[in-house]
Design a protein around this ligand. Sequence first.
Ligand code: GLC
Length: 750
Amino acid sequence: MRITVKSTLLILASALMLQSCGGGQVSTVGSDQETEKRIESILSRMTLAEKIGQMNQVSAGGDVASYAEALRKGQIGSVLNEVDPEKVNELQRICVEESRLGIPLLVARDVIHGFHTVFPIPLGLAATFDPALVEQGARVAAVEASAQGVRWTFSPMLDIARDPRWGRIAEGSGEDTYLDARMAEAMVHGYQGRTPDSTSVAACIKHFVGYGAAEGGRDYNSTFLTERQLRNIYLPPFEAAVRAGAQTLMTSFNDNDGVPSTGNAFVLRDVLRDEWGFDGLVVTDWNSMGEMVSHGFGTDRKDVVAKALAAGVDMDMMTFGFISHLEDLVRSGAVSEKAIDNAVRNILRVKLLLGLFENPYVDVEASRAVQYAPAHLEAACRTAEASAVLLKNDNGVLPLDSGEVRRILVTGPLADAPHDQLGTWSFDGEKDHTVTPLAALRERFPGKVDYVPGLRYSREERERFDDVVAAARRADVVIAFVGEEAILSGEAHCLSNLDLIGSQSALLKALRASGKRVVAVVMAGRPLTIERDLPNCDALLYSFHPGTMGGPALARLISGDAVPSGKTPVTFLRTVGQVPMYYNHNMTGRPYNNERLLKDIELEAGQTSLGNTSYYLDSGAAPLFPFGFGLSYTGFAYSGARLDKDAYSPSDSLSISVTLSNTGKYDGAEVVQVYVRDLVGSVTRPVKELKYFEKVWLKAGESRELSFSIPVSELAFWGLDGRKKVEAGDFLLWVAGDSATGEPIPFKVL
Ligand code: GLC
């Protein structure tokens, strides 16, 4: 980590923020003694029914009147899915002015990657490897959402995903724990603001925990993660987010090792509360409390309500379990009112920290002015640019030379799909504000763009493409926008085949036959298996559903007004049969040793062996593109990578130096990545793990000496004895532009 003045000040600020509050416990959400006193004062005046009402969250989109009575009685503590500022004001007014205690509502929404101005999907945000840029985007989302009364977002999603069949891989930061943690911190700071004010929106880190490890990549399916896997891979991003001040957390749908997260006291109490000291609010995912009956974890709703409360849930999203059964459970002595008091404290704490008691209303007129503000659109465009990953660029087909190019054919089902380029979970994005690649290319290359879609949508089946091929023959270059629509991505939208769907590969093949240069732009919510498409294009730019300004961003990249800098946040597979394949895997006792593949050998009759290491006869042991990979229009060279010592104590920091050179003719950015391998441990360790990255901008021809510092303590892991520590021994370190290249530098920890 590069210790600069700014980072020192931020560390100091966050330490001050973790100031002590009631009872001397350090508050992770930034509470203080004044706030704690107010909580106790309010709580002391609440009836049991009013306390339970605060623990009830309902989806309130639509008619305010139907909730008015419940609000007056204090039976609702939070609503989601109301974003009309006038209706939000009315909901708040009823609570504040017509209920007995006047406790304001916590108004929530899934602002996952932008509110009205939609940014790239979170997998695309991760591909930027630029936390500062991602924080800026979350701040824009908070400014727009809070202006309409939304003060709680169900974001960031921190689920590590190693299986692209899982539709929700789109919503997270990919496969790597370190990258996920940095993105988590950035989004928490962005949503909540470095200094709380009326634009602060409570972040909600989700889905706690292990949801992305769903067996078979099938959403909501069971997971079977060991405590060690939880501790070393899945929990650290959540801990980082708690340290960054995340104010709320959401439980996950899955049962892990037989225990549904919404009833899992180990993660919700032992880890989250007792080890991390989290004093924010825990909300269930939609009806996940009720679904514990379906899981077979409880006999009925009353039973699972008691289990959820005992495990540490504060607020119930859409089961109506707390509001229906908690009073009886207290009266019968099955649950204590003390447990309810603690849940209500956590809820009141977030409402007080957001300033809702002082100002629950929004200025409706003013709320309109901030939506789609030019600065917001500019930020969305820059982020979409930085999120695109250049995977192929033979003979420098890209960028197009606007002086040399006379005619461009734009084709494919995603060239002009204003809703679909917004991606999944873009509830408040409006396609009328989306600028598509077709529109942007027509503006960037006036009079030179022809458009023949070829396919109306990705799943369309078509034998011939005579119209497209004829148009291609009249053009100098073809740009084909293919991939998957937003609806094929996201929650419950899992796929068992990751090839380009429908006749899209056939379209690329037909275009290749036209003899013209072909640029493929893939828009998707996951890494698709595109190996068979690579021979049919000269260049391939991967754009994870880029959002409102995806068109201008892609036009800028295609024209060279901007240079690609994205890196793969997740491994790209050759075939879905390779799942799960990720870079930070274990070595195994029989690592692949370059055995030849079926396609390279003549099978002799009666042959008895084809190699005995860990690989696939048909697709080998390597992915199509590794984690952290991405090309540029320029080139980058690493030289002189070295460590300041060859042996360190656990309290030292590794000081790493390297010279990075821009060897091409374009200014550009390289994501410098530092990986470490612990060669021998009390348990087997990954072949490498990302421990630092930094996006470095260099002018064409420029060289720069870079130095990074990584505390040796960052190499700690949960070992055989169930404790987290750095184990002495031999290590290797790489400084490279992706997870598959670079020369290892040995060092020891003593
Ligand atoms: C959904 C999702 C969760 C979301 C919630 C509210 O089912 O699992 O991520 O925040 O419900 O919409």
